[in-house]
Design a protein around this ligand. Structure first.
Ligand SMILES: NC(=O)c1ccc[n+]([C@@H]2O[C@H](COP(=O)([O-])OP(=O)(O)OC[C@H]3O[C@@H](n4cnc5c(N)ncnc54)[C@H](O)[C@@H]3O)[C@@H](O)[C@H]2O)c1
Length: 295
């Protein structure tokens, strides 16, 4: 099967391999199924594989309910094969492989090395990391020119953005293939040079930290700080509510990392640290800057 036209665009598909079918991976699989692609999903064991399949089915059923699926759920599901272990990829005609395992550098290095070896030389290998440098993850790869960051956003079905993160060794052809793949699933790419926090976390975290500092200084109530941004700047969600959704602990970890590499403007406000210490981590535990009695 023709998988690449030599100009760097994937014409006839081939399979997309996704490694890790958790929150993000199952959303990524769903996006490629909606675009008519075949997907080979790799999970750690049969139990995790069954969980992934269930999440993908739920995404497809939701798409069907919203009238966004132009085939029966079972027909779309029939294009995904779930394997327990990377050995399952043998014989699959993979043109794009996306790693979406947990954010642990050593785990990603191990999975990416094995993934690159399991797919054809011409395949693009991508990582969905939200913070680790592409250069660091490329270190163990034989073909770093075909390696790129594809940073999807949560929840994937509702998020249009994909950051294409370009490492020092990523080739221009790989960037073009990544862009056209994002395009083909109806999402929009922004291309970012490999740098701490990429474009999204770097700007988003800064806004969130400043909102917390304003709260500390008594500039306005949490509701009014958020309303200022939603109504005044047309942000769909205010910076404090967004911090609650992401998780205060997650935000603090990213802020600390960005401060270590980009400087004091990412210094976390004391209020953020105090809330994390008190276990007020945001929506996932019912309380952050706002309360979520429903959990
Ligand atoms: N959660 C978010 O909001 C978000 C947003 C953007 C990017 N990300 C990034 O996406 C990646 C995945 O995050 P997530 O939230 O989906 O995590 P998750 O824990 O929901 O899913 C990870 C999945 O990987 C599987 N896994 C672990 N080791 C594996 C292995 N060796 N082989 C195959 N599968 C394996 C696990 O069984 C699990 O299902 C992380 O790098 C994270 O930083 C997360």
């Amino acid at each position: 099967m023709t998988t690449n036209d030599g100009n760097g665009t994937d014409r006839h598909g081939g399979a997309v391999a996704v490694v890790g079918g958790g929150l993000m991976g199952s959303g990524i699989v769903h996006a490629f199924l909606l675009a008519g692609r075949r997907v080979a999903l790799v999970e750690v064991d049969d139990e995790a594989a069954a969980g992934s399949r269930q999440r993908i089915r739920a995404h497809l059923e939701e798409s069907a309910r919203r009238g966004r699926l132009d085939e029966p759920v079972e027909a779309a599901l029939s294009r995904v094969v779930v394997h327990s272990g990377l050995a399952g990829l043998e014989g699959e005609d993979v043109t794009l492989a996306i790693e979406a395992v947990p954010e642990i550098a050593s785990l990603k290095l191990e999975v990416l090395g094995a993934l690159e070896a399991a797919v054809e030389d011409a395949a693009v290998v991508a990582t969905n990391t939200s913070s680790i440098a592409i250069g660091e993850l490329a270190a163990g790869l034989a073909r770093p020119e075909r390696f790129v960051g594809l940073h999807f956003f949560n929840p994937v079905p509702a998020s249009l953005l994909v950051e294409v993160v370009v490492g020092q060794d990523t080739s221009a052809t790989t960037v073009e293939r990544a862009r056209s793949l994002v395009d083909a699933i109806g999402k929009q790419a922004v291309v970012v040079r490999d740098s701490p926090g990429f474009a999204t976390s770097r700007l988003g975290v800064l806004l969130g930290l400043e909102a917390i500092r304003m709260l500390e200084e008594g500039v306005a109530s949490p509701e009014d700080i958020d309303r200022a941004m939603t109504l005044g700047y047309k942000h769909p969600v205010g910076p404090l509510h967004l911090t609650d959704l992401v998780g205060l602990d997650v935000r603090l970890a990213v802020a600390d990392y960005l401060r270590s590499v980009l400087g004091d403007r990412f210094e976390a406000p004391a209020l953020l640290r105090e809330k994390v210490e008190r276990g007020e981590l945001g929506r996932k535990c019912g309380k952050g800057f706002f309360s979520y009695p429903e959990g």
